[in-house]
Structure formats: structure tokens, C-alpha cells
Design a protein around this ligand. Structure first.
Ligand SMILES: Cc1cc2nc3c(=O)[nH]c(=O)nc-3n(C[C@H](O)[C@H](O)[C@H](O)COP(=O)(O)O)c2cc1C
Length: 224
């Protein structure tokens, strides 16, 4: 990852570094993994994301608790002055997710990224019972949780929405619910990089249709 990042520095894009503990590291030793990663990447990228929400690493989601959040942000503060964001899973009750996000913000998080993939295998009869579901099947679940978080935290921290975003319309919904940025992952596989152009051009039209002259006016519009 470090090698790839060094190559990227030729470009002038903002880069986020997403870190998670190793699969074989126990929960008790998890903080140590993050410490190594903070130290390794503290001078790289523009922000760091703490991933404790991937279902691919057994036990990782158990770290989504108040104690760990407080510990990890305290640790981050000691090591790096980069903005550090928290990325959460979509499978928590909204009130639990909001409480966790508030803890993170109070502990020094620069923002929240919602959401990772879901382990709600009832979303499709074709799901296996491991790993996470992303893309179109996740859209509604991810939006609903993001919206609940946006309602509570818009204006209090930076919010990034991800999960099943496949169009300008979906990106616009997230922006109005409080997203300053949106991320696209799975749909890039199906639509390719042209999707970004499609979303950006579509957003311009949606903003104009609502009478906005700048995207900042639309961010959090649901709560203004
Ligand atoms: C193959 C794959 C690998 C992923 N790896 C990571 C990861 O390492 N860290 C992380 O925070 N999220 C990871 N994600 C989650 C995505 O970043 C994203 O949050 C999720 O897929 C929902 O967005 P989407 O519906 O646009 O794919 C991964 C997703 C997929 C499908």
C-alpha cells in the first residue's frame, strides 16, 4: 500500500488511507495494529479512515464500541495531526450508530463515513453466509442509516456517504441528507469510471433544477 501511495503522489488528488487490523490479530491486540498503521501512514494521504466495520475480518465489528473508539482516537491524536475519520457498518440500530458516531466526534474524529457492506443476508436469496453485501442491494439500508446520522450530526462533523450509490440522483439524496462527499465502489465495476462524469454532470442539473448555485447550498438541505 505504501508503495502504491508513493506512486500516487505524482497526482494532485486528495487521498484517504483506510486502515484495519489484521485478520489474525486478536481483539485484545487490535489497538497495536492500528498504532503501527498510524505510524506508517501518518505522513501519507490527506486523511486516515479507521475501518472497524468490514465483515471480512472476523471480530472487527466488535470494535465498534465506546471504549475502543475513545482509545483509538486518543492514540491517533498522539501520533498524527491528520484528520482521522470513522467508518461504520450499516447493521446497527440507528440510535446505536448515532451514539457511536457522537462518541467518535467527542473523541476527536474529523468525520464519519457511513456505510460499509452489510451482513443482512436476507437482502437476497443468493447470499452466502459470509462476507459483506455491497452495491444495489445495499442502497436503501445505507441511505436510511446515513439519513438518521445526518439528522443528528449534520453541521457538527464532516459526513461522507457510501453504499449502493449508482447515479446522480442517489448521490444527490445523500448530499441533501448531509454528505459533503460521496464514495462509489461497487458500481464502478458495472459502469466504469465514466460513472463519475455521469454523476457530476447529473448533479449540476439537479442543483440547477432546485435553484442552487453552489453544491454547498444542497449539503444538508433536508435539515435546513
Ligand atoms: C471487495 C470489497 C472490498 C472492500 N474493502 C474494504 C476495506 O478494505 N475497507 C473498508 O473500509 N471498506 C471496504 N469495502 C467497503 C466499500 O468501501 C464500501 O463501503 C461498500 O462496498 C459500500 O459501497 P458500494 O455499495 O458503493 O460498494 C470493500 C467492499 C468490497 C465490495
Amino acid at each position: 500500500m505504501l508503495k502504491q501511495l508513493n506512486k500516487l503522489y505524482f497526482f494532485d488528488y486528495p487521498v484517504g488511507v483506510n486502515i484495519g487490523k489484521n485478520k489474525l490479530t486478536s481483539e485484545a491486540d487490535a489497538l497495536n495494529d492500528y498504532e503501527i498503521l498510524f505510524r506508517t501512514f501518518k505522513d501519507y494521504g490527506d486523511y486516515i479512515v479507521i475501518n472497524i466495520s468490514s465483515p471480512n475480518t472476523p471480530g472487527l465489528r466488535d470494535l465498534q464500541n465506546e471504549q475502543f473508539i475513545n482509545d483509538i482516537f486518543a492514540l491517533a491524536k498522539e501520533i498524527t495531526s491528520q484528520p482521522v475519520l470513522l467508518k461504520i457498518a450499516p447493521d446497527m440500530a440507528a440510535e446505536d450508530a448515532i451514539a457511536l458516531c457522537k462518541t467518535a466526534v467527542n473523541a476527536g474524529a474529523a468525520g464519519i463515513i457511513a456505510t460499509n457492506t452489510t451482513i443482512d443476508y436476507s437482502l437476497t436469496e443468493h447470499a452466502k453466509d459470509f462476507g459483506g453485501i455491497s452495491g444495489a442491494l445495499l442502497t436503501e439500508k445505507s441511505y436510511e442509516l446515513f439519513k438518521a446520522i445526518g439528522k443528528e450530526l449534520y453541521g457538527k462533523t464532516l459526513l461522507i456517504s457510501v453504499g449502493g450509490i449508482d447515479s446522480a440522483e442517489e448521490a444527490y439524496k445523500r448530499i441533501k441528507a448531509g454528505a459533503s462527499l460521496v464514495q462509489v465502489y461497487s458500481m464502478l465495476i458495472y459502469k466504469g469510471p465514466a460513472l463519475i462524469k455521469e454523476i457530476n454532470e447529473g448533479l449540476v442539473k439537479l442543483l440547477q433544477a432546485d435553484g442552487y448555485t453552489h453544491i454547498s447550498e444542497a449539503i444538508g438541505a433536508d435539515w435546513k
